[in-house]
Design a binder for this molecule. Structure first.
Ligand SMILES: Cc1ncc(COP(=O)(O)O)c(C=O)c1O
Length: 393
């Protein structure tokens, strides 16, 4: 059988791209994982989640094991809504959809709003999994550079003005990670956030705000773009993966009711009621603000450890951005092809993600790499950077 003949045009086009996860290095045993954008193992609340499961089954018996049996699924909605409201995002009935991680929200938005004729805009660089998802639906992707102050909104305005003048398609949405960006760690300034909102009205596009790291501020918490969205143009994506546990797969999208109801249409019941009920039971028993304070403090000290090690062990030609939150440090090594360097780094026993995977035009990322300080222990972070320094000396 010729499988290719089974696939519709859009699927065939998608399958020409790199397979999902092509960016993930194969790690030798004992390798220090500065590639992994995962929470620190010791900060996953396994005992409290175990207690939440026990409580759930004890109180609700078989209910959470049915399709939609547990009343806690509704209560998770209310808990998330309250949290969003504390961050300035008001949520009315029908405007919040819980998804299987932030990634399902990205996929539902793409699936519902895109076809191969539709253009979108993304930051360059951007989260590689989001790029993978978008490329399943369209190849018309406009890239807008990010600098130390986040998305360059002036460049966006110039590009859109030119496209409009030339009769080219304008983007249906712009995907941004404004706070503690993956991979650069940068945060969009309030001025640029306002400018972006103005541009979304002027050029009639939606803003997809991916706030996966927004609660992990080491200093001041940035105000989400959605909090100032008086024109209803922002789809705000959140996740508990970075602050509770990624395996629970709890994310959400908040936005205009009609759009959210279209996302729900396609989501159907392809999420996890048991995980949602468990998360609700877990949140009932935890002082979430206290937990966030602990996480911010832990990740801030890990960030400091990594920056000090970079200063100590890397040559002076190497530069990086010091993030004020999140999980990542973005490093530039002039004149070095970081995907080639990775082979040697893995032999030495340290991993990172080469910068090229965060760019559609991979050449743009050849001298960059993403380090994650979230997963490894502080001693491992120091050893890992020392190993990288040895390779570069
Ligand atoms: C920018 C960004 N968005 C979304 C996610 C998705 O997280 P999840 O699907 O686990 O909620 C991640 C995870 O790495 C991320 O870095």
């Amino acid at each position: 059988m010729n499988d290719q003949s089974l696939f519709p045009k859009a699927t065939k086009a998608a399958l020409k791209n790199n397979p999902p996860g092509a960016w993930m290095p194969a790690l030798p045993k004992g390798c220090i994982r500065l590639s992994s954008g995962y929470p620190a193992p010791e900060l996953i609340p396994s005992e409290q989640i175990k207690a939440a499961v026990d409580k759930l089954i004890q109180e609700e018996h078989d209910l959470p094991l049915h399709y939609l049996g547990s009343p806690r699924i509704k209560s998770l909605q209310r808990q998330l809504q309250r949290r969003l409201e504390e961050r300035g995002i008001s949520v009315q009935e029908g405007e919040l959809l819980i998804t299987s991680g932030g990634c399902q929200a990205i996929d539902l938005i793409a699936r519902t709003l895109l076809d191969e004729e539709t253009a979108i805009a993304v930051e360059s660089p951007s989260y590689m999994e989001a790029l993978e998802i978008f490329q399943n639906y369209t190849n018309q992707i406009i890239t807008i550079p990010v600098d130390e102050r986040g998305l360059q909104t002036n460049t966006l305005e110039t590009i859109l003005t030119e496209r409009k003048r030339d009769g080219l398609t304008l983007p249906r949405f712009l995907y941004t990670i404004p706070s503690f960006h993956n991979p650069t760690g940068t945060t969009m300034t309030p001025e640029r956030r306002s400018h972006l909102l103005e541009l979304s009205i002027k050029f009639d596009f939606l803003i997809v705000e991916d706030d996966a790291y927004g609660e992990l501020a080491f200093l001041d918490s940035p105000t989400p773009i959605k909090a100032n969205d008086s024109a209803g143009r922002v789809l705000h994506i959140g996740s508990l993966s970075k602050v509770v546990a990624p395996g629970m797969r709890i994310g959400w999208v908040v936005g205009d009711r009609e759009l959210v109801s279209a996302f729900a249409w396609f989501k159907k019941d392809l999420d996890h009621p048991f995980a949602q009920a468990t998360m609700a039971a877990y949140l009932e028993n935890v002082e979430f603000e206290q937990r966030l304070t602990l996480l911010r403090e832990e990740y801030r000290t890990k960030r400091d450890t990594m920056i000090q090690a970079l200063e100590q062990f890397l040559p002076s030609s190497v530069t990086w951005h010091v993030p004020e939150g999140g999980y990542f440090v973005w490093v530039k090594i002039p004149g070095i092809e970081t995907s080639c360097l990775l082979e040697k780094a893995l032999v030495e026993g340290v991993s990172y993600i080469p910068g090229k995977y965060f760019f559609l035009n991979q050449k743009d990322g050849s001298e960059f790499l993403r380090l994650s300080f979230s997963y490894s222990q502080k001693e491992e972070i120091i050893q890992g950077i020392q190993k990288l320094g040895k390779l570069l000396s």
